[in-house]
Design a protein around this ligand. Structure first.
Ligand SMILES: O=C[C@H](O)[C@H](O)COP(=O)(O)O
Length: 154
């Protein structure tokens, strides 16, 4: 079974979100692309907090496996998605960080900054990101479990 991937952006990340959504729809590893907007790419009343929170909720509810979110820097999307219990989101603009975000940290959410990196790098990073799967039996699994246990205790 393939990935169900949420995509989302604010106005500042709209063009990259559209390109990444197209790539995902053509990727055989992806079963479903869920586009939470924004859909216009012009000024809207929804910005990174609304989209980041909605994406996090979708993943936390089990309605999607992962999310890739784009804003100007990736920072606001990461902060917003991380407010949803159970979500581990990070901005990552290089291959190694993208790899470790899955293999070390089991992040379900990758965020990118349209004002920070080029489009072709962003597209390549998403492609690489889909190739990694977290293994909870590795030493990293115990570390991520500390975070999950803390959340459950709150
Ligand atoms: O992290 C926030 C994003 O970069 C956003 O796209 C731009 O935010 P701003 O308009 O508040 O600078």
């Amino acid at each position: 079974m393939g990935f169900r991937v949420v995509v989302g952006s604010d106005d500042a990340g709209y063009q990259y979100k559209q390109a990444i959504a197209d790539d995902l729809r053509n990727d055989p590893r992806v079963d479903e692309v869920i586009d939470l907007g924004v859909h216009e790419g012009a000024l809207t009343d929804r910005s990174y907090p609304q989209i980041g929170l909605a994406a996090g909720q979708k993943v936390a509810a089990g309605e999607a496996d992962r999310a890739v979110l784009v804003c100007g820097t990736g920072i606001g999307m990461a902060i917003s998605a991380n407010k949803v219990p159970g979500i581990r989101a990070t901005v990552a603009h290089d291959s190694f960080s993208v790899e470790r975000s899955i293999l070390s940290n089991d992040c379900q959410v990758l965020t990118l900054g349209q004002r920070v990196i080029g489009l072709q790098l962003a597209r390549r990073l998403v492609k690489e990101w889909l190739g990694y799967t977290f293994d909870p039996s590795t030493p990293s699994g115990a570390k991520v479990a500390v975070i999950s246990d803390y959340e459950h205790s709150c």
